[in-house]
Structure formats: C-alpha cells, structure tokens
Design a protein around this ligand. Structure first.
Ligand code: CP
Ligand code: NVA
Length: 312
C-alpha cells in the first residue's frame, strides 16, 4: 500500500505512470466515457482548512470513477472536538477505501497515514501541496513546456513566498530533472530541510535548482513562471506585514517580458490580483491557469486509480 504524502516518496517513473493514467482518463472523460475504475470505492475527504478546487475536484473525480466522496469538515466531525487524530484514522480507514486530508502541520498527515489501513492523500499541508503539482505537471505537458524524455529543456521560475507550493515545485523539479529558479524576499526563504532533500535529489536527476532574492534574475529566459499567494491559509494575521515585505515580487508585464517570448504563467489559485500577480498578466494567461485548475480533477483521478492499483 502506498500513501501520497509528498513527492519525495515517488520516483520519476511512478510520477509518469500517474500522469499517463491521468491523460488516458482525461481523454475518456472528454469523450464522456466514464469507466468505473473505482466502483463502490469510498473517499473520505477531511478538511481542516478551506478549499474550492481540492474539494470539488476530489468529490467530482471519485464520483466519475464510480465511487463516492464524503466531505468531512473538521468543524463537523469529532476530530474538531478533540478526538485524537490516530483514533479518527483508525475508525475512518476501516470504513472507506481512500482518505484525502487537508491540514496544517505535515506531521498530522504523517500520523494519520501511520494509523490508516488505506492510502492517504495529501490535499495540502503547511509544508507541501503535491496533488497541485500533478495538475501543474499535466498542464506543462499539455502546453508543451515539459517532456519526460527531455526534462532539462524546461526551466521554471517560482517568484514569491517560500511556502508549500515552492517546496512542491522544488521536489518535482529535483525528481524529474527540470531546472527551477526561485526568488523569495529575505525572511521568506524555503524550508531548509526541503532544500537539502531537493538539492540531493537534483544531483541524481541533473536538475539545476537555484535560489535568489531577486525576481528579475529568477525569471530571466525561463519557460514557465509560477507564483502563489503571499498570505497562505493560517497566516491571515501577518497579511499587512507580508504585503509590505513582498513589494516588487508581483508578476507583471515587466517581469514576464524577461522570460522567454513563449513563456507561460501558471497559478495554483486562488489568485490575488494586484499582489502576487497583475490583472493583465493573470487574464493574458487565463487559458493556462484555468486548464491547470481543471487538471486537478484529471490528475487526481489518475492518482486515485494508481494508488488503488498498488494495493490490489
Ligand atoms: N489550489 C488549491 O488547492 O485550491 P483550493 O484551496 O481551492 O483547494
Ligand atoms: N500556499 C497556499 C496555497 C493554496 C492552494 C496556502 O497554503 O494557502
């Protein structure tokens, strides 16, 4: 049995298998062919934080695969009233076939997985957001910005907060062998442990991962530019300070003009125009961004089917 807690546990071949399944199932879905890959499977979806995309894509996805999704807000289940996480894991995993959790500390998802009898999927923690990166990878492939055969042809830039999204991009680049240039303001750098893991993995794959403070250096001649909110869930109290500290990190025309002529801009959403991205850059790349959002559905269907194949 495999869990999907972070991309560190997956190699390039496994990531490709998941993406290949996603591509097949996306094609079938577009042709309105809904094969019951996960007939009668129950997916418990535990949310300790808000969500639009993760909730809708997992729930629609499991239903389209012939299963059923159970939306469990921590406000409504006993977990929110203090029932231990390990007991919640032992109970829920006896009743369902897959569990997805969105929570705060990454240690919470690790603890849940330790006690779970079924595969656990990370739907975002403070440390990383790996399902988003499956969708981002699928989007890069579709927009011809990534090819498994020639990963080093791709260079992406991540500008903004050194957060769960940055960490996930670092691990993906390191595993697949594409190049990544990161620019974060001083004081908002990436997690040291993730950096060490990613740089170690990069040595094996040949990925070049560079970290700067200057956005103009990071975006120079890249194929893909990515950012994320400056104020992640749980950081609402720091909003004012963060907005000041991130001045100059907005992805706008001036920055995008430094990337390759045919570069694309991607955003995991929700996006805050006038902060991490300008209105006109967001709208210019709306086709890419909303395909990326839709790809959450397809990528996660591939993932759920793949996880169940490992078990059987
Ligand atoms: N990108 C993403 O995970 O969106 P939600 O927070 O809406 O799920
Ligand atoms: N970094 C953001 C991602 C939202 C999908 C957050 O954690 O809130």
């Amino acid at each position: 049995m495999r869990h999907f807690l972070w991309l560190v546990d997956f190699n390039k071949e496994e990531i490709k298998e998941i993406i290949d399944l996603a591509i097949t199932i996306k094609k079938e879905t577009k042709a309105e062919i809904f094969k019951p890959y996960l007939k009668h499977n129950q997916l418990a979806m535990i949310f300790e934080k808000s969500s639009t995309r993760t909730r809708v894509s997992f729930e629609a996805g499991i239903n389209q695969l012939g299963g059923n999704g159970l939306f469990l807000s921590s406000r409504d289940i006993q977990l929110g009233r203090g029932e231990p996480l390990k007991d919640t894991a032992r109970v829920i995993s006896r009743m369902v076939d897959l569990v997805m959790i969105r929570t705060f500390g990454h240690d919470r998802i690790e603890e849940f997985a330790k006690y779970s009898k079924v595969p656990v999927i990370n739907g975002l923690t403070d440390l990383c957001h790996p399902v988003q990166l499956l969708a981002d990878l699928l989007t890069m492939i579709e927009f011809k910005k990534f090819d498994f055969e020639n990963p080093s042809n791709t260079t992406a830039a991540y500008v903004g907060d050194g957060n769960n999204m940055t960490h996930s991009w670092m691990i993906l680049a390191a595993k697949l062998g594409f190049n990544l240039k990161i620019a974060t303001p001083k004081g908002y750098e990436v997690d040291e442990k993730i950096k060490e893991i990613a740089l170690n993995e990069a040595k094996k794959s040949g990925a070049k991962i560079e970290i700067f403070n200057e956005p103009k250096i990071a975006v120079k001649d890249v194929d893909v530019v990515v950012t994320d909110t400056w104020v992640s869930m749980g950081q609402e109290q720091q909003k004012e300070k963060r907005i000041k500290d991130f001045a100059g990190y907005e992805i706008n025309e001036e920055l995008m003009n430094l990337a390759k002529k045919d570069a694309v801009f991607m955003h995991c959403l929700p996006a805050y125009r006038g902060y991490e991205v300008s209105e006109n850059i967001f709208e210019k790349f709306a086709d890419v961004i909303f395909e990326e959002a839709e790809n959450r559905l397809h990528a996660q269907k591939g993932l759920m089917v793949w996880l169940k194949q490992q078990k059987n």
